[in-house]
Design a protein around this ligand. Structure first.
Ligand code: CAA
Length: 288
């Protein structure tokens, strides 16, 4: 399981194939997990790479436990503003681990509340950007949809193929896909188990941007670094306000937003942000 350590400059590890902005960044942090690579490619950005290549990052129980630990650690780390979650160029994640699931009975899955912990693993206060290359199928698609922003490589393949296994999506597919792309398309995709492309995912609003596969992670890290440079209290508040609004009616969401907006006037970052504007200089946010 998770053993986190701080490394001296020069000893930090990079995910295989890491280039560009990641390689150029001053890395001083690394963590060790059985099923993840965790690095700090830019100030304020934690890059979490699913790393179970032989099973195309199938989301086994140990992998989800590692993810839970890594995201909790990122959320608690004052040096982290944003998490980027990615996989390999072949697979973001090919779904729940079918070999782990295949002999489970109803009593088994109901008793252990199988996969209930997945959403909990992804529930952190800081923004998570999913950078999806390759297959994002079943639970892989669901994991991406739990992120706050989804970027895709141009060859990414999304899908909820559970129906072909005699089951349905169990980690939010019927809910989040429907909210993201609408009932008509979600119904067709989930009932047929058909895959869809990065281009379709972007056109339908599931994916914010599509990049050439080789540039995807660097682009996600760039966006993450930009967000990490904002006042963190405002970033957390914006994420919370958007997500809360999706769970409640608009009137309640608007009240929540306004109260949250008012509360930010108690922060040093609001004073600094507005003073910097008036003085025509860049703000120096202190996250206070
Ligand atoms: N679980 C366990 N192992 C998996 C896996 C999965 N979801 N997906 C791939 N693997 C394993 C394969 O068994 C194979 O292992 P071996 O070498 O030991 O045989 C290895 O990963 C490589 O896979 P393939 O040889 O199949 O690679 P491919 O390039 O020919 O095909 C693929 C890639 C189209 C993604 C194919 O692997 C596939 O269809 N995978 C399953 C996708 C799927 O059905 N996902 C939904 C799972 S159910 C779910 O997620 C429920 C939920 O809602 C939470």
């Amino acid at each position: 399981m998770a053993l986190t350590r701080l490394l001296a400059p020069g000893r930090a590890t990079l995910a295989r194939g890491a280039v560009g902005v990641r390689a150029a960044a001053q890395l001083r942090f690394s963590s060790t997990y059985d099923n993840l690579l965790v690095t700090r490619p830019a100030a304020g950005v934690q890059l979490v790479t699913l790393n179970r290549p032989k099973a195309l990052n199938a989301l086994s129980t140990p992998l989800i436990a590692d993810l839970h630990a890594a995201l909790r650690a990122a959320d608690a780390d004052a040096d982290v503003g944003v998490v980027v979650l990615t996989g390999s160029e072949k697979a973001f994640a090919a779904g729940a681990d079918i070999k782990e699931m295949k002999d489970k009975t109803f009593a088994d899955v109901a008793t252990e509340n199988f996969i209930a912990g997945w959403s909990a693993a992804m529930q952190i206060r800081k923004p998570v950007i999913a950078a999806v290359n390759g297959y994002a199928l079943g639970g892989g698609c669901e994991l991406a949809m739990m992120a706050d922003i989804v970027y895709a490589g141009d060859k990414a393949v999304f899908g909820q193929p559970e129906i072909k296994l005699g089951i349905i999506p169990g980690a939010g597919g019927t809910q989040r896909l429907t909210r993201a792309i609408g009932r008509a398309r979600a119904m067709e995709l989930i009932l047929t188990g058909a895959n869809f492309s990065a281009e379709e995912a972007a056109a339908w609003g599931l994916v914010a941007r599509v990049f050439p596969a080789a540039e995807l992670v660097d682009e996600a890290v760039k966006t993450a670094a930009r967000i990490a440079g904002m006042g963190r209290l405002a970033v957390l508040a914006a994420k919370q306000s958007i997500n809360y609004g999706l769970e409640v009616g608009q009137a309640e969401g608007l009240v929540f937003e306004r109260k949250t907006f008012h509360s930010l006037f108690a922060t040093a970052d609001q004073k600094e942000g507005m003073a910097a504007f008036a003085e025509k200089r860049k703000p120096r946010f202190t996250h206070a």
